[in-house]
Design a protein around this ligand. Structure first.
Ligand code: ZN
Ligand code: ZN
Length: 363
């Protein structure tokens, strides 16, 4: 079928809305009409820094309505409202253990630009267009999605507001609730309150973490963080950031989250922990890290990373939806909605930092 997609053709070339051809669903695939899609940092990095192959259709925070299902798909039917998440194989030991974000086939299925057999479902006038990005390529009017990438939701779920739950939101929220698991007497310092950091903050508030500190360079973002329940906000440019976190948490944070992937910030996150504290890394950026080992050996601190919040989306997205319904996860406070045709404006606003989480609405 013919669909409209935002095609990425190069780092410095804006997304272009083009008519492309989408194959029919294979037996295990589902055709989803995209209603809305979040724009995630990974989409922009993939377009501008390391595309697997061009042209490509990215987008991986899709939400929509099922149009058709492949012959082997069970439990999903046309008309179902769905949120899309990352892809996993379902067969490897890590998928079997309930940790699908560490799927052995994660890279092939999510960021290779093709299916597991390297085919793409997209083409234009016979030219191959890469797709299958996170099992979706949701910057398009329709997407072909493996059944495991789909979370069926109730019809009253706001598909526009909750579109980002399947990646950026679960990444930040899961890092707190699944990896750190802080309690009411614990403190958490979040370094970088973009979309992922704000999601971590909302989750920390939802589960009742004792003290939440937000650190960022932007006064506007810190104001939003305060509104979302940060107890203390700190200007990341201040010379004494570490001392301020230590003071705000009564001796150092129990947990710190780094969303920036910048070495100087990671070093501060580690330093701002109290002994036995844990720093969790979720950012995509610098490839290596230099830290003072004494923090680990002398103070029992730990550094660990996680991807997609280490969550199983089939379990975790319903939890996020329940919080959203109860008003405990006000994603609307950090998002801005754009018509699909204004995708390049949304990207520019995200890169400038004037929009924390852009969401595109399909016509
Ligand atoms: Zn797997
Ligand atoms: Zn993402």
């Amino acid at each position: 079928m013919e669909i409209t997609a935002a095609v990425a053709r190069g780092a410095h070339v804006p997304f272009s809305l083009e008519t492309v051809t989408l194959e029919d669903p294979r037996p295990g695939e589902v055709l989803v009409r995209i209603v809305a899609t979040g724009v995630c940092h990974t989409d922009l990095v993939t377009k501008s820094v390391f595309p697997p192959e061009l042209p490509i259709v990215v987008g991986h925070e899709g939400a929509g309505i099922v149009e058709r299902v492949g012959s082997e798909v069970t439990g999903i039917a046309p008309g179902d409202h769905v949120l899309l998440t990352y892809a996993s194989c379902g067969d490897c030991p890590r998928c079997a253990a309930g940790t699908p974000s560490y799927c052995e086939n994660f890279v092939i299925l999510n960021t290779s630009g093709g299916r597991s057999d390297f085919t793409s479902a997209l083409s234009k006038d016979g030219e191959r267009v890469m797709g299958a990005f996170f099992g979706q390529s949701s910057f398009a009017s329709y997407a072909l999605v493996p059944a495991r990438t789909i979370v069926v939701v109730d019809e009253d779920v706001d598909l526009v507001a909750t579109a980002p739950f399947g990646c950026g939101v679960q990444t930040g929220a899961g890092a707190v609730t699944n990896v750190m698991r802080p309690g009411p007497d614990d403190s958490l310092a979040i370094f970088g309150v973009g979309g992922v950091g704000m999601a971590a903050l909302m989750a920390a508030r939802a589960i009742g973490v004792g003290t939440i500190v937000a650190v960022d360079l932007s006064a506007e973002r810190l104001a939003v963080a305060k509104e979302l329940g940060a107890d203390v906000t700190i200007d990341g440019a201040a010379e004494d950031v570490v001392a301020q976190v230590i003071a705000a948490t009564g001796g150092g944070a129990h947990f710190a989250l780094d969303t920036t992937a910048l070495n100087p910030v990671i070093a501060k996150g580690l330093e701002a922990l109290r002994p036995l504290g844990t720093l969790v890394l979720v950012g995509l950026g610098e490839a290596t890290m230099e830290v003072e080992i004494g923090h680990l050996t002398g103070n029992g601190k730990a550094i660990r990373g996680c991807i997609e919040g280490s969550v199983d989306p089939q379990q975790f997205i319903p939890q996020l939806l329940a919080w959203h319904r109860e008003g405990k996860f006000p994603i609307e406070k950090i998002s801005k909605v754009y018509p699909f045709a204004q995708i390049n404006d949304a990207v520019a606003d995200a890169e400038r930092g004037s929009t924390i989480k852009p969401i595109l609405i399909l016509p």
